[in-house]
Write a protein that binds this ligand. Structure first.
Ligand SMILES: NC(=O)c1ccc[n+]([C@@H]2O[C@H](COP(=O)([O-])OP(=O)(O)OC[C@H]3O[C@@H](n4cnc5c(N)ncnc54)[C@H](OP(=O)(O)O)[C@@H]3O)[C@@H](O)[C@H]2O)c1
Length: 319
């Protein structure tokens, strides 16, 4: 099978096409013929690595798992003898989690993975791009205990996480202000944002409105500038918090008793199924910006790392 590997850390050019043996499923595993995967911010951060601490967890001198990619859609083409949940021919989508390995024509995963049946209302490209940003947005929204008619401001609303967060917070009945570049105003309005604001507007002296939830998706605005817009008793969400942000947030939480949510999310099957249901009934649609063939992974990484994608980038593996 064709795979894309990163045999060393570095620029997108370290990504190479290789031929590997197609794996066979263990007793509790299914093998998936991958139709699509996605490239997201986690992929380029691991490849680079950024932050450097990535090396501690994923390999000091090189990635222990050289095949990146955490989201897939495809068709089950073999099952282990103990598998009960899936059968050959099932169309599925989901996350490979920390195992990664999605930049490949095939992958074997335990049937207990965060993987579910692809609804007929969802395309394979949508299935492969949904898990990353949407599971992240949903997990953080759940941590906020967002109530109907509460106000939320989403900073970096055109990102993978942001485009999902707009739709989900509208679904839960919030009043949503989306902060993004002017060029993305139409996109975020089409996703349901009640109000739009550009970055200059957010940081301007005259912007002194406060919100029940400040949802910072991209790690680009400072904690003090976010706190300025937080209603007393509100929740600040730092989806893209750096380690420095995390220390600062923990200190502020402790000393000023402000509710700040940050850190890694828990990807759950329950949430994946919830998002599949919302897609089925037309409430949710993942945003796809560009697509690339597997062989153009370097170009896809260059585009995603530049930091201006709208929603998600998909990779076509089986066409
Ligand atoms: N905590 C977790 O478990 C978790 C999980 C997933 C992701 N994350 C983090 O969440 C963050 C967002 O990930 P993502 O994949 O959703 O991002 P993304 O899609 O790659 O973000 C791209 C978007 O960011 C916007 N952007 C770029 N520079 C900006 C700036 N200076 N100010 C505001 N917006 C700017 C761009 O809009 P313009 O083109 O208009 O600039 C673009 O639409 C990343 O830091 C990622 O590491 C954390």
């Amino acid at each position: 099978m064709k795979v894309i590997t990163a045999r060393k850390y570095g620029t997108p050019e370290v990504l190479r096409l290789e031929e590997w043996e197609t794996p066979s499923p263990k007793k509790n595993e299914i093998r998936i013929k991958i139709y699509n995967t996605s490239v997201n911010s986690a992929d380029w951060r691991l490849r680079k690595p950024d932050p450097k601490l990535v090396r501690l967890f994923f390999g000091i001198t090189k990635l222990r798992q050289p095949i990146l990619g955490g989201s897939i859609s495809g068709v089950v083409d073999a099952v282990g003898e103990n598998v009960t949940k899936f059968q050959v021919g099932d169309k599925i989508f989901g996350s490979t989690g920390l195992r990664m390995g999605a930049y490949a024509e095939s992958i074997c995963l335990p049937e207990s993975s965060v993987i579910t049946i692809l609804p007929k209302e969802m395309s394979f490209p949508e299935g492969a791009t949904l898990p990353f940003g949407s599971l992240t947005a949903l997990d953080f929204i759940q941590k906020c205990n967002l109530q109907k008619n509460q106000t939320i401001i989403i900073y970096g609303a055109s990102s993978s996480v942001g485009t999902a967060a707009i739709q989900l917070t509208k679904h839960f009945g919030a009043i949503v202000t989306a902060v993004c570049s002017k060029g993305n105003f139409e996109l975020v309005k089409s996703l349901g944002a009640d109000f739009v604001m550009d970055y200059e507007g957010f940081h301007s002296e005259s912007h002194n409105k406060t919100y029940d939830v400040v949802f910072e998706c991209v790690g680009k605005s400072s904690i003090p500038s976010n706190l300025k817009h937080l209603t007393k008793g509100g929740v600040l969400v730092l989806v893209g918090a750096s380690f420095k942000d995390m220390f600062q947030a923990a200190w502020i939480s402790l000393t000023k008793k402000i509710n700040i949510k940050f850190g890694p999310i828990a990807e759950t099957l329950e949430n994946l199924n919830f998002l599949a249901e919302l897609t089925k009934n037309g409430t949710f649609k993942v945003v796809i910006d560009k697509s690339y063939p597997l062989e153009e992974m370097v170009e896809a990484h260059l585009y995603v790392e530049a930091g201006h994608k709208k929603g998600n980038v998909v990779i076509n593996i089986t066409v």
